[in-house]
Ligand binder design. Structure first.
Ligand code: C5P
Length: 236
């Protein structure tokens, strides 16, 4: 009260007055960030995903007028304004939260780096190192959240996933498009350290069954706006 908004917030609020509303009236569910797979009460398996790309997409979608649910693994990012965030930890939690959120939604985006495997059993006590010089963990495969949503009989009208590859970007992404039954894959090359995981910039190629569109290298926020614009085009 009585204090002016921070300049960045003021700019964002003002910019909202000029938005195209290309997704107005649409509902969108998006996953972001890593998942953590418990080994025992103090340890877990995870990955380096920062969640930046998914959060940027959630923000771009809300700015385009969509109602957005962001299902997020553990990240250090603040909740984007006007986005409903549902916090989850493990891949199984994320799977359950997605299936609970997805009814009647128009668009689903899988941007999370879901752990491919989880320990077959979680030790209820902290595993002690005293008695053993080596430790074997048996891992079992997690369900594919994106594919499970895309294969629902009443699936969202538009489903999109990501493909992080180090080689044969387009070929592997096309394979994923068909295998997971999704409408678009955003493929990014993770072999370069300046882009991808944890960095602010990214380079993305959008792949549908009929087109391969290479987006310019840009910040994750700028790319998110381009991706949302493309989704709006596709669904209209
Ligand atoms: O098969 P791959 O992990 O490369 O596919 C990546 C895409 O699939 C991403 O969109 C990711 O969010 C999604 N995915 C998922 N559940 C998994 C594994 C991947 O939703 N268990």
């Amino acid at each position: 009260m009585g204090r002016m908004l921070d300049v960045d917030d003021l700019v964002a609020a003002t910019a909202n007055l000029f938005l195209t509303g290309s997704l107005s009236g649409k509902t969108l569910v998006i996953t972001a960030g890593p998942t953590r797979e418990a080994i025992d009460p103090v340890r877990y398996l995870s990955n380096h995903s920062s969640g930046k790309m998914g959060y940027a997409l959630a923000q771009a979608a809300v700015e385009a007028g969509a109602k957005v649910k962001l299902i997020s693994g553990p990240t250090h990012l603040p909740r984007p304004d006007r986005v409903e965030r549902i916090d989850v930890v493990s891949a199984q939690d994320m799977f359950d939260a997605c299936h609970a959120a997805v009814a009647n939604c128009d668009i689903f985006i899988g941007a999370a780096a879901v752990a491919d495997y989880r320990p077959a059993s979680i030790s209820s006590e902290k595993i002690k190192k005293d008695q053993q010089d080596s430790l074997n963990l048996q891992l079992i495969k997690n369900s594919d959240i994106l594919a499970s949503i895309a294969k629902l009989p009443n699936r969202p009208g538009f489903v999109m996933g990501f493909a992080a590859e180090t080689q044969q970007l387009v070929e592997f992404a096309q394979e994923k498009l068909y295998k997971k039954n999704v409408d678009m894959i955003a493929a990014n090359n993770v072999s370069s350290p300046e882009i991808g995981f944890n960095s602010d910039d990214n380079q993305i190629t959008l792949i549908t069954s009929t087109q391969v569109q290479e987006l310019p290298r840009a910040s994750k926020m700028a790319l998110a706006q381009m991706i949302i614009a493309r989704i709006a085009e596709e669904i209209h």
